[in-house]
Design a protein around this ligand. Structure first.
Ligand code: HAM
Length: 409
């Protein structure tokens, strides 16, 4: 039989990594809940149609990266490749438009994309994300971006750059796509074949190409940012001004493209130069048409998602502190008494462990030291020898008095 391993592009989170992730989660939760965000978790799978309609038929995600399956009753389900469409679906389903707006939600969940695995790119990965629904105020755009900058800084993500752009409204974008398509057709011979094939489907993706010929053509291409209508341009200017006033450094990048179709107006991405090819740490933007497109009332929204694996890769190693251990319960013969002591100690809220591997008394004392225990109790029937490993002292006491003595320590 061949060796069983985790599927390609997936990974196990072992205890040491789990504690680093818990640290990321704690920091994010503190900052987001203090800013009025409440946690939401949606199902791991959804109707395939949600992503086809929400993320967009022409995107790489929908075209080739979804894990879709038949639920056995002829209905197609898909492991969620992203969190925005599901959160918008939940907003509509639970009538959240009746709540005071904006409704501010965050999630920390795993997502699934059948991408070619490489460093920083997985088939199951984790995202911290937020969505603020129900307000067009540019201050919401600036707030979400500033929160992300604060979280990344607090987590020690190094060499971070924020790129910012605006896609305007769908009408402006549609007219621009026509012009860009015409420009690309006029330069078709210089374009990479993959770009050529996508001129009709998604001409904006040409800005994403690494191909030198394509890049040269794109340097002279018309820019959407130069064509925003007055309202969209004013919205973008307001977002920039708020970010400037709050000291959130950013660069304008008119060529910024993201792989999801729902964006309107503000668009942004945080990259870290500490990462290799997959330098995107977090990305997001406004999606003022998405909820309506999913069958809900017209409702604006904005949000972002940050990749947990990329945050950890781009942040300085944080050695996870081993959890504190108050008490190690040792014994030679009085196993049941030791077990009762362990249970009492835990019930009193102490961090306690006991010998479970048949070590000699000497071996048990060594193990207690290895675990960094503060006290060792050697249980001998109804009496206990209590060693304070920090002070190097020892006292004998009735077993019944032990837990009170430790709780008071
Ligand atoms: P996204 O840019 O597709 O946006 O993903 C956001 C982040 O998730 C990326 O910047 C990256 O850190 C991480 N990520 C994406 N794919 C992978 C992968 N295969 N392996 C590891 N990490 C990955 C979204 O998903 C949008 N829903 C963000 C959003 C929220 N926009 C508005 N609201």
């Amino acid at each position: 039989m061949s060796k069983l391993t985790a599927p390609r592009g997936t990974f196990d989170i072992l205890p040491e990594q789990a504690s680093m992730r818990a640290e990321v989660e704690r920091t994010a939760r503190e900052l987001l809940e203090a800013a009025g965000y409440g946690r939401i978790e949606t199902p791991t799978f959804e109707a395939t149609e949600l992503f086809a309609r929400g993320v967009g038929e022409a995107t790489d995600i929908v075209q080739k990266e979804m894990y879709s399956f038949d639920d056995g009753g002829g209905r197609s389900l898909t492991l969620r490749p992203e969190g925005t469409a599901p959160v918008c679906r939940a907003y509509v389903e639970h009538g959240m438009h009746k709540l005071p707006q904006p409704v501010r939600l965050y999630y920390l969940s795993s997502f699934f994309r059948a991408e070619r695995p490489q460093a920083g790119r997985y088939r199951q990965f984790w995202q911290l994300g937020i969505e603020a629904l129900g307000s067009v105020d540019p201050a919401v755009d600036a707030e979400t971006i500033a929160l992300l900058a604060t979280i990344l800084a607090r987590l020690g993500v190094s060499d971070v750059r924020l790129r910012l752009s605006s896609l305007g409204s769908p009408d402006t974008r549609a007219a621009y796509r026509e012009d860009l398509g015409a420009y690309l057709r006029a330069h078709v011979d210089a374009l990479a074949p993959a770009v050529r094939e996508r001129i009709e489907l998604n001409p904006l993706r040409a800005f994403d190409s690494d191909d030198p010929g394509t890049r040269e053509v794109m340097a002279g291409a018309p820019r959407l940012l130069d064509r925003l209508d007055a309202d969209d341009a004013a919205h973008f200017a307001a977002v920039r001004e708020l970010l400037d006033r709050a000291g959130v450094a950013h660069e304008i990048d008119a060529t910024l493209v993201r792989g999801l179709d729902y964006y309107t107006r503000t668009l942004f991405e945080f990259t870290s130069d500490a990462l290799g090819a997959q330098s995107g740490v977090a990305g997001g933007g406004r999606y003022d048409g998405l909820i309506e497109q999913l069958g809900g009332p017209p409702t604006p929204g904005i949000g972002w998602a940050a990749g947990i694996e990329r945050i950890l890769m781009a942040s300085a190693e944080r050695p996870a502190a081993p959890p504190a251990l108050d008490l190690y319960v040792a014994f030679e013969h009085a196993r049941a008494d030791a077990f009762a002591t362990l249970t009492d100690a835990r019930a009193a809220g102490l961090a306690a462990q006991m010998e479970l591997a048949g070590r000699s008394l000497k071996g048990q004392l060594k193990q207690a030291e290895r675990l960094g225990a503060r006290f060792v109790a050697v249980v001998e029937g109804e009496s206990v020898r209590l060693r304070d490993l920090r002070a190097g002292t020892e006292e004998t006491m009735p077993r019944a008095a032990l837990v009170d003595r430790l709780v008071a320590a």
